[in-house]
Design a protein around this ligand. Structure first.
Ligand code: ATP
Ligand code: MG
Length: 395
C-alpha cells in the first residue's frame, strides 16, 4: 500500500491552551528536520488542529516511520490514504481494496468510524458507518463487526478529500524540542549521560553539551567516542554544540594540592562550575548529568550534595532513581549502548584514588579548595576560553 500522507497525533501539547500553536509550530519544525534526512520530498503542515505530513514524491516507508519515531511530541503516526474522488461508490471500492491489502488475514473484528467534517457531503456519518461496514462484511465474510472493542478501527473522515486510516504506529511521546528552554548536558563517554540527555530532550529541552578531556591522559579516540555519542543523541534532540574543555591542568593541580581521596569530588565540583559558566554564556538555564544514587563513590547522597553545592543552576538528574539495568535498557533502545561500552579511558578514572571518600565532609572539601586559591580561577578561565566547539549533527 502506498500512503500519500501521515496524520500525526500529539498528546500533551494538546493541553497547552493558548500556547498550543507554539507547540504545533515547534513540532512541525522538528518533523521537517527529521524528514530532511529521508529520501523524498514532504510537506508538513497543520490544518484545523491537526498535523499532516504529505509525501510529494516517492519515498521509503520504513525510513519515514523510523524518522518520525524519533520526533518528540508525536504520540501516534497514522499512515493515511487520501481519496480525491469523494463519490460514495468510489469510497466503498477504495475501502474494500484498502482492507484487502492492509489486512491479508481477514479473521478480525472491525468498526467503521466516519466523520463528516464537510457538512455538504450527501451521506450522513451514521449512514456511512452502516453502509461501509456492510460492504466490508460482504467482501470478506470472515470479518465481524464489533463496535465496542474492534481489532481494527477504520476511520473515514470526509474533508476536502476523504482521509482513510486504521493503522496507528506509536511515536516517542514527550514534547517537541525547543518548547522548553535549553540545558547543558555533562556528556562523558559512559552509558548514563547520553541517556540523561535523551530523557531531558524528550521533555522539549534543547541540548548543549560539555565534555572534559585530559590529554595526553585521555586519547583523541576517547574524545571521538563522545562526539559519536553526541551525534547519536542528536538524532532525537537535533544538533548539539559540544564544548570540549581541556581539563588536564586543573586535574593535575588538584592532584598536586589536595588529598587524593577527595580528588573525584573536587574535580566534579570544578566540572559543574565550568559547565555552568559555559551554559550561562550560551543561554542555557540548567545542567544535566547522568548521576544515579549510589552508583559509584561520587554518587552517594553525601557526594551529590557536595557536588551540588557549587551549582547555582538547577541540575537535572533524570536517572537519579534508576538501576543500572534500567539505564542500559534505555541506552540499547536509543542506540547509544554499543558506543558507550567501547573501552576508552575516562578523564575521571585516570586520577581516581583507590579509596575515594564516599561521605565527603563539606567543611573539609571547602578547606581543600582553599589550597587551590592561588591559581584555580585563572585556570578555570583558561579552560573556558580555550574550549573547542564541535557541532554534532546526527550520525
Ligand atoms: P556516565 O556513564 O554518564 O559516564 P558514570 O557512571 O561514569 O556516568 P561518573 O563518572 O561519576 O558516572 O559521572 C557522573 C556524571 O558526571 C556523568 O553522568 C556525566 O554527566 C558527568 N561526567 C563525568 N565525567 C565527565 C566528563 N569527562 N565530561 C563531561 N561530563 C562528565
Ligand atoms: Mg563516566
Amino acid at each position: 500500500m502506498v500512503y500519500q500522507s501521515f496524520l500525526i497525533k500529539y498528546a500533551e501539547i494538546g493541553t497547552k491552551g493558548k500556547n498550543r500553536y507554539l507547540f504545533e509550530d515547534a513540532l512541525i519544525h522538528q518533523i521537517k528536520n527529521a524528514l530532511k534526512r529521508v529520501d523524498g520530498s514532504f510537506v508538513a503542515s497543520k490544518e484545523s488542529g491537526r498535523i499532516y505530513v504529505q509525501a510529494i514524491s516517492e519515498y521509503d516507508y520504513d525510513e519515514v516511520i523510523e524518522a518520525l519515531q524519533r520526533v518528540f511530541g508525536i504520540a501516534w503516526i497514522c499512515p493515511m490514504l487520501q481519496i480525491q474522488d469523494k463519490d460514495f461508490e468510489n469510497l466503498k471500492k477504495t475501502l474494500v481494496s484498502y482492507v484487502d491489502e492492509v489486512y491479508p488475514d481477514k479473521n478480525f473484528t472491525f468498526k467503521v468510524e466516519s466523520r463528516r467534517a464537510d457538512k455538504q457531503y450527501p451521506v450522513h456519518s451514521e449512514q456511512m458507518n452502516r453502509d461501509l461496514g456492510e460492504v466490508i462484511l460482504k467482501a470478506f465474510p470472515e470479518t465481524k463487526v464489533n463496535v465496542h472493542k474492534p481489532d481494527v478501527l477504520l476511520r473515514v473522515e470526509v474533508r476536502k478529500v476523504v482521509n482513510l486510516y486504521s493503522l496507528m504506529i506509536p511515536g516517542p511521546g514527550g514534547m517537541p524540542v525547543g518548547t522548553n528552554g535549553k540545558a547543558m548536558l555533562l556528556l562523558s563517554g559512559g552509558i548514563d549521560s547520553p541517556v540523561a540527555g535523551y530523557m531531558i530532550a524528550k521533555r522539549g529541552v534543547k541540548i548543549d553539551a560539555v565534555y572534559f578531556h585530559a590529554p595526553p591522559y585521555t586519547s583523541e579516540r576517547a574524545k571521538q567516542k563522545v562526539v559519536d555519542l553526541a551525534k547519536q543523541v542528536a538524532r532525537y534532540s537535533g544538533p548539539i554544540p559540544l564544548h570540549v574543555v581541556n581539563f588536564t591542568d586543573i586535574q593535575l593541580y588538584i592532584y598536586d594540592k589536595c588529598p587524593h581521596e577527595e580528588l573525584t569530588i573536587l574535580m566534579r565540583r570544578y566540572m559543574m562550575r565550568i559547565a555552568q559558566e559555559i551554559a550561562e554564556k550560551n543561554g542555557g538555564l540548567a545542567l544535566i548529568t547522568g548521576e544515579s544514587i549510589g552508583q559509584v563513590a561520587s554518587q552517594t547522597v553525601q557526594s551529590l550534595a557536595s557536588t551540588n553545592e557549587v551549582c547555582f543552576m538547577p541540575v537535572f538528574r533524570p536517572l537519579i532513581g534508576f538501576d543500572k539495568q534500567e539505564i542500559v535498557d534505555i541506552s540499547q533502545k536509543i542506540g547509544t549502548f554499543e558506543t558507550s561500552i567501547q573501552p576508552y579511558e575516562d578523564c575521571c578514572t585516570i586520577f581516581v584514588a583507590k579509596h575515594p571518600v564516599i561521605k565527603p565532609n563539606l567543611e573539609r572539601i571547602r578547606k581543600s579548595e582553599e589550597h587551590l586559591e592561588e591559581k584555580i580561577q585563572e585556570m578555570v578561565q583558561t579552560a573556558i576560553e580555550t574550549a573547542e566547539m564541535i557541532w554534532c549533527d546526527e550520525g
